[in-house]
Design a protein around this ligand. Sequence first.
Ligand code: HEM
Length: 442
Amino acid sequence: MSQTPIKLRHLPHLRTRRLAQLGGLIRPGAHSSPLVALGKRFVADPPGFPTMLITHEMNDVREVFTNNEDFSIGQLMARLSSHDMVFGKETLIFLEGDDHRRERKLYSPPFQNKALKSYEELMIEVVERELPKWPVGEPIEFLTVGYDLAIGVLLGVVFGDVAPSRRGRLENAVSAWFHEIESRGFLAVTLATPFLGGFTPPYPPLGRAQAKVDEVIIEEITARRAAGEDGADRKDVLARYINTDLDQHDDAGLARSMRGILLGAYETTAITLGWIATMLAAHPEAMAELDAAIESGDEARLDAYLDAVVAETMRLRPVSPFTGRIAVRDTVINGVEIPEGTIVIVPILLIHESEEIYPDPLAFRPERFLDRKPDGHNWLTFGAGPHRCLGAQFALAEARILFRAIIEKRRIDPIPGPMEPARKYHTGLSPAYNARITLRHR
Ligand code: HEM
């Protein structure tokens, strides 16, 4: 006999005066938040927002991630932020069910293992181009380095060799667009959205900046078609999309999707690179392992330890410390009744700091991931389920390849004392002092 589902009103409720404490769940040290005492699930009702269920009960988490019939990530983003305006409502994250499955199949191949090998050379070239610009023997902000590496790799991987007449315009248009997204004006619009029931007020400067990016991308698509390129000898993402079933989309739609990929990949990658450098500076024993692997000349050992460093950094400093879904109809997860419109928040960082899952959870210990890959059920930096990050494999490989190329030429000096703290950056976590480290010649 099945049990009657538990109603939200029977779960612990967070009092309004304690709402500010929610922020503690998405900062390092989340496990010591007083909210942990409320149990693995509790309900919050922030004024002006839909009811929220915050759960780190792993069976709830699994069900919410896998059920994209009753839950939507896109509608959540549209309700709480301006994502729909930035990405376009027809892009992957806003689709569900069959539409999502079909599109995801079309967009995935360039970001899967088979294709990744072909980007390695380009990634190493980007490091070789940027590395001479980084001062040696004095503190630098590695976050800036991370941004330069991330955009260099992205433009190369996504667009490949663009005609020189368009390359400069593309770079300028993308940079102006990123600038607009970061502007105070657009931030105000984004912050207002949840209080306006999910309505994002018009913000024409962003629309103009986006149109300029799309214009250059559409020009590039048109030129490639006119030149009769079949894409066979090009390895960039755009070439892989042209002349596939994605051709059924109009060029404007394809351009918007390309733009969405740039945005989804840029900041997340840059900040992650910043955190990896910060972690290595704060943990000389991990840097020493890498030094020993380099000196041994054993490439497999070096790559394995680097992969472990990347996984452990992303566990302790996931760029998105939480994710979530909104219920699009009344449903039940793991015996809890979820009315339509309820937001379910998955506190990724809190799960990553669970003693039950990761013994001595706050210790930076790459060795955890030396003999076993991160378990997709409880290592959630890229989310999980049908909407798991499209670029996860790509981002992991990229971090390893870039850092291998860097540390083969440079050492990262240890920084004594407490590690650089995190600051809130949009909904994410970024190194508070922009990842200050010192590099030395090897
Ligand atoms: C360290 C780097 C990255 C991090 C931490 C990250 C994180 C995330 C997260 C948390 C989600 C939501 C997943 C969920 O809630 O289940 C997501 C979705 C997504 N990410 Fe990433 N991401 C990264 C890099 C990239 C890259 C390189 C790309 C380029 C392809 C990308 C493209 C996407 C797309 C298209 C989605 C939506 C997928 C869908 O709805 O099916 N991301 N990412």
